[in-house]
Design a protein around this ligand. Structure first.
Ligand code: PEP
Length: 254
């Protein structure tokens, strides 16, 4: 039985003081929630402050990115050791990082290996763009991303990974995959592929979130799908009331 997992990706939003305000509000509004793992992903500048606000609460902290090296001449980057002091989770390979910052399956794989070796809990994002979707290439593309991300990673390590299936055309657009389509892609392009790469038990252990315009009104329809274990939420995680409603609506539907 996989524990549901709902995470907010704050992207490049919130100054430190705004992030503290949001984290404080969530700490209160979600205090009574059990049976679901929760995390929020502030920008790197706000990780320290948000970590302090959420320390001892039921909400974990996620970094939005990291370099694979522990230290070095990599201006502007943050390392796994730096993340480890401030966050339990790290989001890797978000489509915005792939699209705007040149991340590839290979760099995601290096980051994933590094995160796992530093005992961070990675959330690896995968998903097709609109062109690939329209051309019927979703399954082959996502399969390739899974092979790329997990290259050289053992089954025991793979089980610690969370995947976020995020069709790129659904991110920030208000469009969503249908819950049935998302469920089917997660089964055929993710779990079946993981079962081939590893084994059934590993494929059934790994949590897979859906991401792409998740809102309070549509969360329930996704979470009831057997292959969907939660959500990675962008825009709707920026306000305490909408993220709280997403979490509560998910729990009510389970
Ligand atoms: C995301 O940032 O991963 C995301 C899914 O964004 P949104 O919920 O705004 O589509």
């Amino acid at each position: 039985m996989r524990t549901p997992f709902i995470a907010g990706n704050w992207k490049m939003h919130k100054t430190v003081s705004e992030a503290i305000t949001l984290a404080e509000a969530l700490r209160t509004s979600l205090a009574d929630v059990t049976g679901v793992d929760l995390a929020v992903g502030p920008t790197a500048t706000a990780l320290y402050a948000v970590n302090r606000v959420l320390s001892g609460s039921n909400i974990a902290v996620a970094a939005q990115n990291m370099h694979w090296e522990e230290q070095g001449a990599f201006t502007g980057e943050i390392s796994p050791l730096m993340v480890l002091e401030l966050a339990q989770y790290v989001i890797l390979g978000h489509s915005e990082r792939r699209q705007y910052f040149g991340e590839t399956d290979e760099t995601v794989n290096r980051k994933l290996k590094s995160a796992l070796s530093h005992s961070l809990s990675p959330i690896v994002c995968i998903g097709e763009n609109l062109e690939q979707n329209r051309a019927g290439e979703t399954v082959s593309f996502v399969t390739k991303q899974i092979h790329g991300a997990f290259a050289g990673i053992s089954a025991a390590e793979a089980r610690k990974v969370t995947l976020a299936y995020e069709p790129i055309w659904a991110i920030g657009t208000g469009l969503t995959a249908t819950p049935e389509d998302a469920n089917r892609i997660i089964r055929t392009a993710i779990r079946d592929v993981l079962a081939e790469l590893y084994d059934e038990q590993t494929a059934e252990t790994i949590r897979v979130q859906y991401g792409g315009s998740v809102k309070p009104h549509n969360m329930a329809a996704f979470i009831v799908m057997p292959e969907i274990d939660g959500a990675l939420v962008g825009g709707a995680s920026l306000k305490a009331d909408s993220f709280t409603a997403i979490v509560k609506n998910a729990l009510a539907a389970l």
